[in-house]
Structure formats: structure tokens, C-alpha cells
Write a new protein. Structure first.
Length: 372
């Protein structure tokens, strides 16, 4: 069985794709984004995968690839087109080249035109293909820089992508309208630039009159991507929280281990987002924690000071993850959640405020019921 995940970088509207072989647990990632490295590594670890390859469909102009950064973290190989002009890859792919992971593989189909080094990756059973910026959902990549050529792009799409089976699902590198997937049959029929009876001259005339501004990050992204994600000068580094050893989850939320939090209780603010009955219930609460139930946090976020890091706490970790996002939206940046919540804290036998139990009744009298 194929393991497949589609991930989104909201800043650049870039889709990243993770594919894994369920037997060998070997995996490849397509079009990773530099700033999303932690998310990608966390997901790979959560799915118990071993990343073999980081692949790029082309030299991107709107974001820096995460290929180099992933290689530093996981030791994977880097692959991209032999026509890309990039340096630093472990393998340069020509038309028809294969990338194998476990019992599965991707075939590289050269689809130049958006840039000279564009590749479409086709899964072994032709059930899905990853088209980069060559073919978008109801559109196509532009062809006015990086040696782009609208006639070459038209030919690439018609001969290399539209010749795939009609039911083949197509996954682009970008979409700006929230669309996630299309198919060969849909694009043959419905693509306003390339479908139906639209001729090469029709397409070229359309593309030559788009008058689009260049991507904002082009002057930074292209030089970095020509070195597989290493920018000019000192390599970019993702900023690491300095106030505690934290771990980033696949949802992008920082979390702290229970024992580490216990050592830092005097330097952080604890925000318990459970309900009042849970706060005083069997699991108890951590000394010094401030109670603001999650449902009230959006309107009461101003009660949380910004002078010390904040750790959100709940029963198991789900509500506290949402609390982190709410606090970040309120401008509090030094914030994390307690991994595993109070269940983990209790399992580690760490101290809680004592739960006050009712005193025993005199002999012969019934013990009053206690609500917990």
C-alpha cells in the first residue's frame, strides 16, 4: 500500500508531497519548503518512515527548497533535473529516469517550458503524477523567465502529461484557490489554456499577454535553489526557541516534555485550558497554573502576560495545541504545549496540587457523594 500525504505551505501556496512504501517504510518527498522542515521531519517520524529522496520538480522562484535542510537532518539524497543547472544534487534526472523507494518508484518525465529543468514525476502504476508548475489545476505555469518557452510548455503538457491515462490524478506544486487535485481527463477537457481544441498558437498568445510581476522572493530563491537550498553567504538557519528544549510536531506546534517542564516551572507561565471541574478533578493541576478554559481563551488572551514563556496544559494535549495557536494569533510567540498533557504528567509521577477529598463521616453515617 502507498502512504501518501499532501502538505501546504500557506506563505507560498506550495504543495509538498510525501510518498512512502508501507512495507519497507522507505519514502520520498517532492517539493519541500525550507521553512517547513520541522513539520516534514515530524510527520516522517510519526509515520515511521525513512526518507530516501528529496525531489524538486524544478528550480523554484517563489520559495527556497527544503532539500538541503532535510539532508542535514535525515541524511537523504537530493534529486532534480539534469537540465536544471543546479549544483549539489546527488542525482541528476533525465527523461525516463526512475527514483525507487521500497517496491514503488517514480518515473521522471521531462516537461520543460515553465523553466528549462521542469520534471513531472509519475507513479509506477500511473495512478498519480506530480506536475510541479508545468500544469496547474485549470492553468499552467508561466513561461516568461528562467528560460521559459510557451511553445515548449504546450508541447510538454500535450505529449508528456495529457498522454497519461484519463483517470490519472494530477497534483501540482501550487494552487492559489484552495484546489488540491485534478485529473488528466479533467484538464484535457476543462483547462481554459490547454484543453479541448486550443491550439499551440492560442496558448502562446495567451501566455505572452499575461503581464505578471516577478515573484517577490525570486532574487533570493533562485540563487539558493540553484544550490539545492543553500543560499548565498552563510546558510539560512531555522530559528530555534532558546527558552527551553522543545520539539515541533507535524502540525507545527512546539511542545515540551513533562520532566523538562517540571525543571522550568519557576521560569514559565502555566496556562491550564481545561474546564474548572477537570482543574480540580482526579488529575489535579500543576502548581501555579492559571485556569482559562479553551472556550474562553480567545476573549481572555489579554490576561496572559508576554513577559515569560507560556506553556499550555490540558488533559491529553489536543486542546492545548489549539491554545498555542490562539495565543500566537494574540501576539504571544514564546509558547508551547505540554506533550501528552496531564495524563503524561501523571504517568511521570510529577507533583500536582493535592486533590482535597471529603473528610470521613462519623461511624454509622453515610458518606456524601463527591462530584469529580
Amino acid at each position: 500500500m502507498l502512504i501518501f500525504r499532501q502538505l501546504l505551505d500557506t506563505q507560498s501556496s506550495t504543495y509538498t508531497y510525501l510518498l512512502g512504501d508501507s512495507v519497507s517504510r522507505e519514502a520520498v518527498i517532492i517539493d519541500p519548503v525550507f521553512e517547513q522542515m520541522r513539520r516534514d521531519v515530524a510527520l516522517i517520524n510519526e509515520l515511521d518512515l525513512r526518507l530516501l529522496w528529496s525531489l524538486d520538480t524544478h528550480v523554484h522562484a517563489d520559495h527556497i527548497t527544503g532539500a538541503w535542510l532535510l539532508k542535514q537532518e535525515l541524511g537523504n539524497w537530493i534529486g532534480l533535473s539534469a537540465s536544471s543547472g543546479a549544483r549539489g544534487a546527488d542525482r541528476y534526472l533525465a527523461d525516463g529516469g526512475r527514483i525507487t523507494f521500497g517496491q514503488r518508484w517514480l518515473e521522471a518525465r521531462a516537461t520543460p517550458g515553465h523553466t528549462r529543468g521542469c520534471i513531472t514525476f509519475v507513479l509506477d502504476d500511473t495512478s498519480m503524477a506530480f506536475t510541479g508548475d508545468s500544469l496547474l489545476i485549470r492553468g499552467s505555469g508561466r513561461a516568461d523567465f528562467q528560460e521559459g518557452d510557451p511553445r515548449l510548455l504546450y508541447s510538454s503538457i500535450r505529449t508528456q502529461i495529457f498522454t497519461l491515462p484519463a483517470e490519472c490524478l494530477l497534483y501540482p506544486a501550487h494552487d492559489y484557490r484552495g484546489l488540491t487535485v485534478t485529473s488528466v481527463e479533467e484538464e484535457r477537457r476543462c483547462n481554459p489554456r490547454l484543453g479541448g481544441d486550443i491550439s499551440e498558437d492560442d496558448f502562446v498568445a495567451y501566455m505572452q499577454n499575461m503581464s505578471l510581476p516577478h515573484p517577490k522572493k525570486m532574487d533570493i530563491a533562485v540563487p539558493a535553489n540553484l544550490k539545492c537550498g543553500i543560499p548565498d553567504g552563510d546558510p539560512l538557519r531555522l530559528s530555534e526557541p532558546s527558552w527551553a528544549p522543545l520539539t515541533c510536531t507535524s502540525t507545527g506546534v512546539w511542545e515540551i516534555d513533562a520532566r523538562m517542564l517540571n525543571e522550568l516551572l519557576e521560569t514559565v507561565q502555566l496556562l491550564d485550558v481545561r474546564e474548572p471541574d477537570e482543574f480540580e478533578g482526579p488529575l489535579g493541576h500543576i502548581r501555579g497554573a492559571k485556569l482559562i478554559p479553551l472556550g474562553e481563551l480567545s476573549r481572555r488572551a489579554g490576561e496572559v502576560l508576554n513577559d515569560r514563556p507560556v506553556v499550555a496544559v490540558c488533559r491529553a494535549g489536543a486542546r492545548s495545541a489549539q491554545a498555542v495557536l490562539i495565543l500566537q494569533q494574540a501576539g504571544i510567540n514564546k509558547v508551547a504545549k505540554l506533550a501528552g498533557g496531564m495524563l503524561r504528567w501523571d504517568a511521570e509521577r510529577l507533583p500536582v496540587n493535592p486533590v482535597i477529598l471529603p473528610e470521613p463521616c462519623p461511624a454509622g453515617k453515610a458518606t456524601p457523594a463527591v462530584s469529580v
